[in-house]
Design a protein around this ligand. Structure first.
Ligand SMILES: [Fe+2]
Ligand SMILES: [Fe+2]
Length: 483
């Protein structure tokens, strides 16, 4: 049982935080648990609740034990409270408390700020499960279905992680916030999820892959900056969540990559070399590259909005307070206080996009977003290499940061993917070339026919290069028990 050293299964809730001797928190979590199960069963369609899914479960938090593969019914998945191991004598590494001992309790003066950040992070986790709830019905393979469910159960566990922090450190108002996390719902009129991108629809699998590539990557950046937190329990929680988040982005990158590969294969077989022969390509039952670019434009721009205002006093305050750092703060070589430093952002002046120098402290969000863009380029370059290999003259690009924005300095302006500022009326006539039209959407939806046969894949997506946990191509990733 060496790989279980850290996790106790002595209550309903697997954990490495000593829950069995923490009566108060255990009681609060047990009270919250039925509401959670209720939310889960009301979200994921019944037939999938009964299926055996080949899932990865964390049974410990060390490198060897956090990925145990087995068939599990999703409602029996071990939602647990798992924190990365405590680092001895950990110090706050930025802001006005830099060098002081990391906090094991919430500092009173930062209570409200911390609670807000935890609630916002917590709200995204169930939000994405709600957005993806019907995708199982149209899964292009059992392999993909399994990946979807893996992402879903882990987002569920991430909700548990945030709820634990609320219950443990925020008393009655923490418990109230934890209840509200189950009450808000993606796309709801009365009680929507807190952030825009989590109220958008995820109507098809290409959206799911773009979402996991771009939006889960925002999640990664937020978790990375919270992992730097001087509030040690938050830091440890986020560090462990990041190990799971990497798989979500893998699902996104390989999902889009396999979609592109199927398109390239079909084009080559049919002797089509023009990527803009939209009808010819669609007739092959695959998604043309220009439409993939439009989906990319949409999900990328929605994800940029998640970083908030480019210039933000809130962000400056939480950095100063030592609550939320920069990406890889511990590796950066500066004073970690940013008192006299500057940062260059882009802004709009008289209809032109121009650079503007602002105090670095105020541009924390922008900096994180810039780091995100660099991180997001990796997969795009790999996708483009596969297009080049097939000698197709097409390059996927990230649109300009001002394109299709609803939050920040570019909100309310019409900016092309190339970064040209145009009039509202030109936007209205041209945006159909940049964002998925209703025709594009219905074409993609027409391809979303379930392919639930073992080892088979829908026409529009290529099989993966390697199976999950190195399973063979004919492995039954999900055992469906259809009546
Ligand atoms: Fe998550
Ligand atoms: Fe995620």
């Amino acid at each position: 049982m060496n790989d279980m050293i850290n996790v106790s299964y002595d209550s309903q809730i697997p954990n490495n935080v000593g829950l069995s001797s923490d009566r108060r928190v255990l009681k609060a979590l047990k009270k919250w648990h039925p509401g959670y199960i209720n939310w889960w069963s009301g979200t994921i369609p019944k037939q999938f609740q009964d299926a055996n899914v080949y899932l990865r479960t964390a049974v410990s938090v060390d490198s060897g034990g956090w990925a145990k593969f087995d068939y599990v019914k999703m409602p029996d998945y071990k939602w647990g409270v798992l924190l990365a191991p405590q680092v001895e004598d950990r110090r706050i590494c930025f802001g006005e408390h830099a060098g002081e001992k990391a906090w094991q309790e919430v500092p009173g003066e930062y209570r409200a700020m911390l609670r807000r950040l935890i609630v916002i992070q917590g709200d995204t986790e169930p939000g994405s499960v709600e957005q993806q709830k019907f995708l199982g019905l149209t899964a292009p393979s059992l392999y993909d279905m399994r990946n979807l469910f893996q992402v879903n159960v882990e987002e569920g566990r991430h909700l548990w992680a945030m709820v634990y922090l609320l219950h443990k450190y925020f008393g009655a108002d923490g418990r109230e916030e934890a209840d509200l996390l189950l009450r808000r719902s993606s796309g709801s009129e009365e009680a929507p999820r807190m952030l825009g991108a989590f109220n958008e629809e995820t109507p098809d699998w290409l959206s799911f892959f773009m979402f996991t590539y771009f939006t889960d990557r925002d999640g990664k950046m937020q978790l990375e900056s919270l992992a730097q937190s001087g509030f040690d329990p938050l830091s440890r929680t986020c560090r462990f969540m990041l190990t799971e988040e990497a798989h979500h982005m893998f699902v996104g990158e390989t999902g889009v990559g396999r979609t592109i590969q199927a398109t390239l294969n079909a084009m080559s077989k049919a002797g089509i070399t023009d990527p803009y022969d939209i009808n010819g390509i669609r007739d092959l039952g695959v998604i043309d590259l220009p439409t993939i670019q439009k989906k990319l434009n949409l999900h990328y721009s929605l994800s940029l909005d998640l970083f908030g205002q480019e210039v933000s006093t809130n962000a400056a305050n939480s950095f100063n307070a030592g609550i939320k750092g920069r990406y890889m703060e511990h590796r950066l070589k500066d004073d970690h206080r940013l008192s006299d430093q500057t940062y260059t952002i882009k802004t709009l002046e008289d209809g032109l996009i121009v650079p503007k120098i602002v105090p670095a402290l105020s541009a924390i969000n922008m900096r994180l977003r810039d780091d995100y863009v660099v991180d997001a380029m990796g997969g795009i370059n790999r996708w483009n290499r596969s297009i080049k290999r097939e000698k197709i003259d097409f390059t996927l690009r990230l649109p300009h940061e001002g394109f299709n924005r609803s939050i920040g300095l570019f909100a309310g302006h019409s900016v092309t993917p190339n970064g040209e500022v145009i009039s509202k009326s030109s936007w209205d006539t041209q945006s159909v070339d940049w964002l998925p039209s209703s025709d594009d959407a219905s074409f993609i939806v027409s391809l979303m026919k379930p392919c639930h046969e073992v080892g088979k894949f829908a026409s529009w997506i290529a099989p993966p290069k390697v199976g999950i946990n190195n399973q063979a191509g004919d492995f039954e990733y999900v055992q469906l028990h259809m009546a």
